[in-house]
Design a protein around this ligand. Sequence first.
Ligand SMILES: NC(=O)c1ccc[n+]([C@@H]2O[C@H](COP(=O)([O-])OP(=O)(O)OC[C@H]3O[C@@H](n4cnc5c(N)ncnc54)[C@H](O)[C@@H]3O)[C@@H](O)[C@H]2O)c1
Length: 389
Amino acid sequence: MKIFVPKEINPGEKRVALVPDVISKLTRAGFEVEVESGAGLGAGAGDKEFVTAGAQVVASSDATKAIASADVVLSVQPLSVAQFKSLKSGAITISFLSPTNAVENIEAAATSGATAFSLELVPRISRAQSMDALTSQALCAGYRAALVAAELSPRFFPLLMTAAGTVTPANVLVLGAGVAGLQAIATARRLGAVVSAYDVRPSSADEVRSMGATFIDLQLEAIEGAGGYAREMSEERAAKQRELLTPYITKSHVLITTAAVPGKAAPRLVTKEMYSAMPEGSVIVDLAAESGGNVEGSKPGETLVTEGGVRIWGGKDVPSQLPFHASSLYSRNVVNLLLLMVKEGALNIDFSDEIIDAAAVTHGGAKRVPGSAKAENAKATSAGAKDGK
Ligand SMILES: NC(=O)c1ccc[n+]([C@@H]2O[C@H](COP(=O)([O-])OP(=O)(O)OC[C@H]3O[C@@H](n4cnc5c(N)ncnc54)[C@H](O)[C@@H]3O)[C@@H](O)[C@H]2O)c1
């Protein structure tokens, strides 16, 4: 069983799908691991470390051959259409695959006869927690968001009593208190800021408070959907939320936004009018900039300065800005998912396992509906019950 890890092709992507630390776990399970030369450099892992850990390093000129002969190809970003096309039939790929966007890539994966797994689709059940790359990467993004905000702010975050006078702490407001938001709260708190947060899911209130922050209760209807995620809200509800949040925003020195709704564009939480009333020197970090932006006008990868002196930082490839630990956590997620498919030293894709069923988007030369095995099973069980079987 051969694994190949190509160098990431997206510019700005510094993560690598496997770090040297996890190689021994794979070789013990019977895998041979090949890594493209330079694949780990952005994450602080050189070719030599991969070799010491038990992997073989393949020159970039041989990468296409290595993909074509691999049983498993692991990456962070989706493989390109050409890479998918060069896979051998029956190969497995694991990566983020943006099921709604990477349409051509998924088509190419299906044509090649590969089983392509999309880490976004790993279900959020207890057994799959160690494979949940959305969570591990959101953790990195949230931490980074607070550090970027502290760096861009002209103010201290903590309270300081000095001989030259007292420095009051920064007020940090976090919108969206999921995985990234909670980590941003924790990091800003560690730096000494006074933090408050809002989320449409009331279940996040206790988590916010447990981090030492204040939960803002707008007394609006909860927008909680399936699987612990938020749902899309109506424009009327969004407008009311913006109106009620405005006084909190104008009192903040730092605003960090992390709100997302799975499969939808990021909700617009903050308009130009709202941030125009923030004090000069205020900082906004929009982690949702790549998926449409929580903040009007934010641009992924850019820091804009408004006429009123507010800086707006639009996040782009944010987990990749913490490449060492983002790769380390991602590697563990990927290895745990892959090892689920190893039975008695061989690869075995078992769609009766709900994790495998939920995350595979192609198999046997065709696209497949993730979760279809479970749905079929449920149909058969209910038909059996009706027939009195
Ligand atoms: N294995 C598990 O059981 C598991 C793993 C990870 C997360 N979760 C749960 O899922 C929750 C959300 O996960 P996530 O961080 O990946 O979510 P996410 O990235 O989809 O969204 C981020 C946050 O934005 C919030 N949000 C959406 N619309 C908003 C709006 N209009 N205004 C304010 N906030 C808004 C969401 O409620 C969420 O908390 C977690 O807090 C946790 O409870 C469970």
